[in-house]
Ligand binder design. Structure first.
Ligand code: ATP
Ligand code: MG
Length: 746
């Protein structure tokens, strides 16, 4: 096998030096991730290391699965058995097995940000504190900051100034909240995201036998994007590698962009102190981008004082100059970007997926989305309000969570009276207080509702309890899909959504169906051994924002710069290059902050392979007001030799947008076929009446009130459920449950 031949000499050295500590410090696009991938392949193939003994930690789960696929291509199926994933997903798995040693149930729930904030709000209320001073967001980020530095609530309470800043003085009760928050999480059998790492540290500290077991298991440890690890993550890797010392970390100090979340660049700078035998590899040849892009990026990062010296260069062509676009408003900026994509795509025969639009904050996607939609260009947003953050999805997931873990307080609050079953807020409050005051499990209170509540409320809670019990029995006996479908129906949630006939209601109903589809897919996937509802929940809880996208469609990618780390696209637009937006006003307390913003700009620019566009607007709506904007200082910092100003956007083209509201033709542009995100909601025929679908069979043509016309491809019967697989002209393939779908046989 000749995989080593496709590496340059320092890359090859990094791959072949498998024993002892290795640090690869290298510029963007120089093949760091590639080296890690090949190194794993090499360990398994040439050094005959058991794949189970290799642990690799990546920035997203998606990055891990891509890496696995590549390794599989290099050496075959053995690749599947390596341990690979984000810190959170890998150690959540380990805590499932070992968490009982810390007093957690093995089916512990993972709280997301919303759950955590809701819990903090309850605590602030109960402590009778001012919720304007103790805002959930701020309190949570302080607690998170403490956990990432392994400061427990006990330590925090003893020394509130441990964080050594002004905020500590202004919010003297944070320590107290932190304590209550942890106690409540523990009672709920739940961990938040930071706990997954914090508790792993506690586990390794207090249970040397467990630590030893994993030290033996993971003979080789590798970490990608090492510049963004926080102390908590850093110590985990250090402890794991303490025996064999076969640790390989890969990073670029110039791309450290998570200091605000506790990432500590000192982890790189001090690494030699931790490992005196450290072997350092520098990679300087960039394979990703054109000369113009590489040199532009170099000129950007050169302005930062604190950095390791690197000389990134490339043998690639010079390529196009960086193009700067100036727009009069944010909407015009969107139009310019969309038009440019449209033109470049046609002129150069590119695909949508060759383009990415990167921005500093999620809210900037709006003007981009509007413009792309008007030109019929399919796109997807990575991050933002993702599927699993939608209310109806969280509601149903709330049921799943509660069925799996009856102490999950946040799930309980979500489902106890939704759909409405006559259990008012005061009854809920009474039960929670009862559990707290008697120091008994919430489930015990609920199971004995008549002792705590009276009359109707007690009965309603009794019925709820019976229902949850039956779900629980099902969830234990059946696979996730069967259990979930039953819960969706029997809880009344599906019916509640079905009866809401507004467009939004239909959408929500569709989303729930989509969730059930996802569960089916999960159950059908042979790679998932554990097909229980609990296992599915864990998988979802660990999805990072960056993981949530569908690769199968050809779409332009929109995302924050933070989410774009490690990725590459032929054409990249960095939009909103304005003072106070980028660099962000909120992050400009010090020179260090400015340098982090500049690194962010470096990350953004180095995502581009062939062409980089930078744009800014002269006015922009922010915080509900129209603001005048100034071009970003970063634009002035770029060496002008690499930049040209775009004058090409013809006014005819931009003005054509104005009459597209009615989706009429475009001046000079042929409107491309619409799909998915761009497809219009179908208007049902005037005589639309759902048919009895009892006799529906393959090959029949049907009309759906929202998806329009389609062809039945297959009918499937599963238990009491009959489902139709239908191909809709404008919406592609859908699977609909016939007991709910409104279909007219045409
Ligand atoms: P980032 O800092 O953005 O994470 P990276 O250093 O991890 O970048 P990779 O993503 O591994 O870089 O590589 C960048 C691109 O260069 C990829 O498309 C990769 O396949 C290609 N590449 C890296 N090394 C070589 C090589 N020796 N020969 C050919 N292509 C290479
Ligand atoms: Mg990489």
């Amino acid at each position: 096998m000749d995989y080593l031949a496709s590496l340059n000499p320092p890359q090859r050295e990094a791959v072949e030096r498998t024993e002892g500590p290795v640090m690869i410090i290298a510029g963007a696009g120089s093949g760091k991730t590639r080296v890690l991938t090949y190194r794993i392949a090499h360990l398994i193939h040439a050094r005959k290391v058991d794949p189970f003994q290799i642990l690799s930690l990546t920035f997203t789960n998606k990055a891990a699965s891509e890496m696995k696929q590549r390794i599989e291509k290099l050496i075959g199926l053995d690749a599947r058995n390596t341990w690979m994933g984000t810190f959170h997903s890998v150690f959540a798995k380990i805590l499932r097995v070992e968490g009982q040693k810390l007093g957690y149930p093995s089916n512990f729930t993972i709280y997301d940000n919303d759950d955590s904030k809701s819990l903090i709000r309850s605590i602030v209320r109960e402590m009778k504190l001012d919720d304007k001073v103790y805002k959930a967001n701020t309190v949570l980020s302080r607690i998170s900051g403490a956990k990432n530095r392994l400061i427990s609530w006990e330590t925090y309470l003893n020394d509130p100034y441990i964080t050594a800043d002004d905020e500590a003085a202004m919010k003297p009760k944070v320590g107290e909240i932190y304590k209550n928050y942890q106690k409540r999480l523990f009672r709920s059998g739940a961990m938040d995201f930071d706990d997954l790492l914090f508790n792993t540290n506690v586990l390794f500290r207090d249970h040397p036998d467990v630590l030893n077991k994993y030290q033996q298991r993971f003979r080789y440890v590798m970490v990608d994007e090492f510049q963004d690890t926080n102390l908590s993550q850093y110590l985990i890797t250090k402890k794991l590698a303490a025996v064999h010392q076969n640790i390989c970390v890969v990073g670029d100090d110039a791309q450290s962009i998570y200091a605000f979340r506790g990432a500590d660049i000192q982890n790189i700078l001090n690494y030699e102190k931790d490992y005196p035998d450290l072997f350092i590899v520098k990679l300087e040849q960039n394979y990703r981008s054109t000369k113009n892009i590489v040199e532009t990026a170099n000129s950007i990062i050169a302005k930062n004082k604190s950095q390791l010296q690197k000389n990134v260069w490339t043998q690639n062509d010079k390529g196009d100059l960086i193009e700067l676009m100036k727009a009069s408003s944010d909407n015009e900026e969107g139009r310019m970007v969309a038009t440019t994509i449209f033109e470049e795509k046609n002129n150069k025969k590119l695909r949508n997926s060759d383009f990415a639009i990167l921005y500093r904050t999620n809210s900037q996607s709006r003007s981009m989305e509007e413009a792309l939609r008007k030109l019929g260009i399919s796109y997807r947003i990575v991050g933002g309000l993702s599927f699993y953050q939608r209310r109806e999805i969280k509601d149903l997931m709330g049921y799943f969570r509660y069925v799996v873990n009856q102490e999950d307080e946040e799930a309980f609050k979500r489902v106890i009276n939704y759909p409405k079953r006559g259990i008012g807020a005061s009854s809920v409050e009474k039960m929670m207080v009862a559990a707290y005051e008697h120091d008994i499990a919430l489930w015990e209170v609920i199971s004995n509702s008549s002792s705590f509540l009276s009359g109707r409320a007690a009965n309603a809670v009794g019925d709820f309890c019976t229902m949850i019990r039956s779900f629980k029995i099902e969830a234990e006996r059946k696979d996730a899909f069967e259990a979930a479908t039953n819960i969706a129906k029997q809880s009344g949630l599906l019916r509640e959504l079905y009866e809401d006939k507004t467009i939004e209601g239909l959408n929500r109903y569709e989303n729930v169906q989509e969730l059930l589809n996802a569960i089916k897919e999960y159950v059908d996937n042979p790679e998932n051994e554990d097909k229980s509802l609990g296992a599915f929940l864990q998988e979802i809880a660990l999805l990072t924002d960056e993981d949530q996208n569908k690769d199968s469609q050809d779409t332009v990618t929109l995302m924050t710069i933070h989410a774009s780390k490690g990725l590459e696209f032929k054409y990249v637009f960095v939009v909103g290059m304005e003072e106070d937006l980028f660099p962000s006003q909120m992050m400009m307390q010090s020179r260090e902050d400015l340098e982090e913003e500049r690194r962010l700009f470096y990350v953004a620019s180095t995502r581009a392979m062939e062409k980089l566009y930078l744009s800014y607007a002269l006015t922009r709506y922010r915080y509900g007001r129209l603001l005048n904007c100034e071009p970003s200082r970063f634009l002035e910092e770029i060496d002008p030799a690499f930049v040209k100003v775009n004058k090409k956007i013809s006014s005819a083209l931009s003005s054509s947008f104005r009459d597209t509201e009615s989706s009429q033709g475009f001046v000079g542009l042929k409107k491309p076929a619409t799909r998915n995100t761009t497809a219009k909601v179908h208007t049902p025929s005037p005589d639309f009446k759902p048919s009895n679908t009892h006799n529906l069979t393959e090959g029949m043509k049907v009309e759906h009130p929202k998806f329009g016309f389609g062809l039945v491809k297959a009918i499937e019967t599963e238990g009491v459920n009959r489902k139709a697989h239908i191909h809709f002209e404008h919406f592609g393939d859908k699977t609909l449950l016939l007991s709910f779908a409104k279909l007219r046989i045409v």
